[in-house]
Design a protein around this ligand. Structure first.
Ligand code: FES
Length: 139
C-alpha cells in the first residue's frame, strides 16, 4: 500500500500543529453520559467529504477527531497518536488519518497503524447519524 503524506511545513511538523481546526461554532457539540453529540446544522466543516473537526476540552474526557469519508460516512478517532509525542491527527484524502508530527505515523480508517513508529492502533468510536444529529459513543 502506498502511503500518502500530507503537505505540511517542517515547522508545523516539528511543533505538532494539526491541519484540522476546532469547529467554527463551539456550540455545535456537547458531551454527556458517554455520548458526544454534534448538531450538523452548526458544523459546516462536516458538510462535505474530506471535512473534519477536532473536539477537545470542556467535559470531553479525551480529544476526538471527527471526519467525513469520501462516501459521506462519519468517523471518529481518539485524536492522540500512540507514538511517544502523542500528537494530534489529520484526515488523509481517501480515508485514514496521519499524525501531524515529523514521524507521520499513519493509520487506516479502522485505526490500524500502516506507517511510522507508532506502537499501537488508535481507538475509533462508533458514529451514528439521525437527521442532523451525529452521535459518537465514547467508551
Ligand atoms: S507523535 Fe505521532 S508519530 Fe510521533
Amino acid at each position: 500500500m502506498e502511503i500518502q503524506f500530507l503537505n505540511r511545513g517542517i515547522f508545523q511538523r516539528i511543533f505538532g500543529v494539526p491541519a484540522t481546526s476546532k469547529p467554527s461554532n463551539p456550540d455545535c457539540w456537547r458531551f454527556s453520559d458517554g455520548k458526544l453529540t454534534i448538531d450538523l446544522t452548526k458544523a459546516p466543516e462536516l458538510k462535505n467529504s474530506g471535512g473534519a473537526i477536532r473536539l477537545e476540552g470542556g467535559d470531553l474526557p479525551l480529544r476526538v477527531l471527527v471526519t467525513v469519508d469520501d462516501d459521506g460516512a462519519y468517523r471518529a478517532y481518539h485524536n492522540r497518536c500512540t507514538h511517544m509525542g502523542h500528537r494530534r491527527l489529520d484526515p488523509l484524502p481517501g480515508g485514514g488519518v496521519q499524525c501531524c508530527s515529523v514521524s507521520k505515523s499513519t493509520y487506516d480508517a479502522d485505526g490500524n497503524k500502516i506507517y511510522g513508529p507508532a506502537p499501537e492502533p488508535i481507538r475509533t468510536f462508533p458514529a451514528d447519524v439521525d437527521g442532523d444529529r451525529l452521535t459518537i459513543i465514547i467508551e
